[in-house]
Design a protein around this ligand. Sequence first.
Ligand SMILES: [Zn+2]
Length: 173
Amino acid sequence: MAEEKLPVSFDPVRFAKWGRRLEGSIPLSQMSRMTEQVTELRGEVSVALDCSMGEDRVRALRGHITAVVPMQCQRCMDEVEIQVDSQFSLGVVDSEAFAEKLPEEYEPLFIEEGEKLFLKELIEDELILALPIVPMHPQEECKAGGMSEDDMNLVQEESPQESPFAILKDLKI
Ligand SMILES: [Zn+2]
C-alpha cells in the first residue's frame, strides 16, 4: 500500500479505490474549534488513515489517532494531560439511502461525488469526539484526590446535604 505525507484535502472516493494509506501528524494549534475544551492548543495529533474498498463496495476510511491533549482537571482545576487513542471507521456515502445500507461497523460520512474532504476537519471532529466530557487526573496524581472512592461515599453518608464532593460524584462517569 502506498504511503505518503498528509494532504490538506483529498478525494476520499478515489483514495478508497486506490487503496491509499495516509500517515503523519497535525499540530493542535491548527484546530481552533477545540479552544474551549483545552487549556492550550499545543502538541500534535498522530494520524493513520487507511482508505480502501470494503465489502459491498463500501468506500471505507479507517483511522487511528493518538494525541496528548492538555485539559483542565475537573477535580483540582489544574492541567491534566489526556491521552487520546481512538479508532474510527467511516463509510463514504452521498445519500441517506446509501447510508442506511452501510454495514454497522461504519459511521456514514456524507460527501458528494468529486467533493474534497479536508483532513484537518475530519481529524478535529474525531479528536473532539474522543475527549472525555469530565477530564480528571488519576486519583493518586490529583491534588484534590487524596480520598478514595470509599472515603467519598463515607463523607456523603456523614453529611449528605453539605458535601462538596456530592456534585463531583454526580459528574463522574
Ligand atoms: Zn486533578
